[in-house]
Design a protein around this ligand. Structure first.
Ligand SMILES: *[C@@H]1O[C@H](CO)[C@@H](O)[C@H](O)[C@H]1NC(C)=O
Length: 167
């Protein structure tokens, strides 16, 4: 009987501390709402430690980046405006790098967090560059991927916040 009670207490404490880990982690992040919604939508988060949460966040960033990569290629294949074509070609190259950099970062999580942060930085810079080229004078175009470029950067930034706290 005592053992069962003890198990229950341990389980509750454990459960409680996991619930708090997501809340604590996201409170400290640059984008608390995106952090919270991303982690809560992945069932693995409930049992993950901070390292695991960083990995889950990078995986969410990779999914967003892969979706964006496909959307950019699709739009490029349909675009006739030469300026937009040029910009989308550049974005295709940039996203090709991003979808290589994020998996490298994921591989380094837990073994070389600084390297993971470094690769995350490259991915964020590339997404930012894709967004920036659309506002180049004198050939400005409305970026079709603003929300995606921002989401990729924010998801990686949250992962980096978690990684930085791990040291
Ligand atoms: C986090 O997300 C969950 C489910 O999406 C929600 O119920 C909760 O209120 C959110 N917490 C914060 C602090 O935003």
């Amino acid at each position: 009987m005592t053992r069962i009670v003890l198990l229950f207490v341990l389980f509750s404490l454990n459960y409680h501390s996991h619930a708090d880990l997501i809340a604590d982690t996201c409170q400290k992040s640059e984008y608390p709402d995106l952090c919270n919604s991303t982690l809560r939508s992945d069932p693995r988060s409930a049992k993950a430690d901070a390292t695991g949460l960083a990995r889950i966040m990078l995986e969410a960033a990779l999914i967003k980046a892969s979706t964006t990569f496909n959307q950019v290629k699709k739009l490029l294949s349909k675009t006739t405006d030469p300026v937009l074509k040029e910009y989308l070609t550049t974005c295709t190259d940039l996203y090709e790098s991003i979808v290589e950099e994020i998996p490298k970062a994921i591989q380094n999580v837990g073994s070389d967090n600084n390297e993971a942060i470094h690769q995350g930085d490259s991915a964020m810079t590339n997404a930012d560059t894709c967004e920036g080229i659309f506002s180049e004078e004198p050939n400005k175009r409305k970026s079709p991927f603003t929300a995606n470029n921002i989401a990729v950067q924010h998801l990686v930034a949250i992962a980096e916040d978690i990684l930085a706290s791990l040291g």
